[in-house]
Design a protein around this ligand. Sequence first.
Ligand code: CTP
Ligand code: MG
Length: 236
Amino acid sequence: PRVIAVIPAAGVGSRMQADRPKQYLTIAGKTILEHTLDALLTHPSIHSVVLAVSPDDIYFSNLDIKENKRVDVVHGGKERADSVLNGIMHLQHDDWALVHDAARPCVSHKDITALLSLIGDNTVTGGILATPVRDTMKRAAISEDIPHQNQLNVISHTESRTNLWHALTPQLFPAQLLREALQKGLSDGVNITDEASAVEYAGYKVGMVNGSPANIKITHPADLPLAEFYLQQQLE
Ligand code: CTP
Ligand code: MG
């Protein structure tokens, strides 16, 4: 089957506090969005890309991407899941959707290839890249009992780290199944923060492939030099 990458790139990047959405910030002479696109378009198993861009976007048209015949552009939506769903609508029923955040330019071909091996696996319905949690995990106490001015968080208890993973992207699912799962999750008012959460909610078994923690989602200003370092490492 065809594997089509769906890239949600319609966020505003509020936590980055930059003068523009973070996907349009430049690292080593190229925007983050272009780094991400290159990583996917140069993978030999990826047929093409569907990119979700905000209807209010004023930066995308300045890039050469719009000339690329392997990139289709759709409008993004209110939440990430809406943007992904708009992209999925562009796929054929028997395609596989490889959904990947525009804000993760450091993804490696090795990890994409490992994830794609799930296409032949009958024990799960698609899957995601993920990485085991490293730090000890704390649950904060509900702040009702703490004076309002006091910003200090208090620990309720320590969560077990056993079997706890960070969900990364790409996330890989049959296109039609993912479309139906996203529609069901959205209409049932479920909080869908990634594709897997919708597919899990729809009752399927989702695989997890151990991916590199270098595949960071650029979120805060301090992530920029880190991403630059990881991208440089890949070139060597
Ligand atoms: N995204 C999207 N449509 C939205 C919201 C987010 O396509 N309505 C995309 C972002 O562009 C990003 C990815 O989803 O590539 C992951 O989201 P996140 O890291 O949260 O990006 P932003 O929402 O832009 O950042 P923030 O939450 O800090 O505002
Ligand atoms: Mg966001």
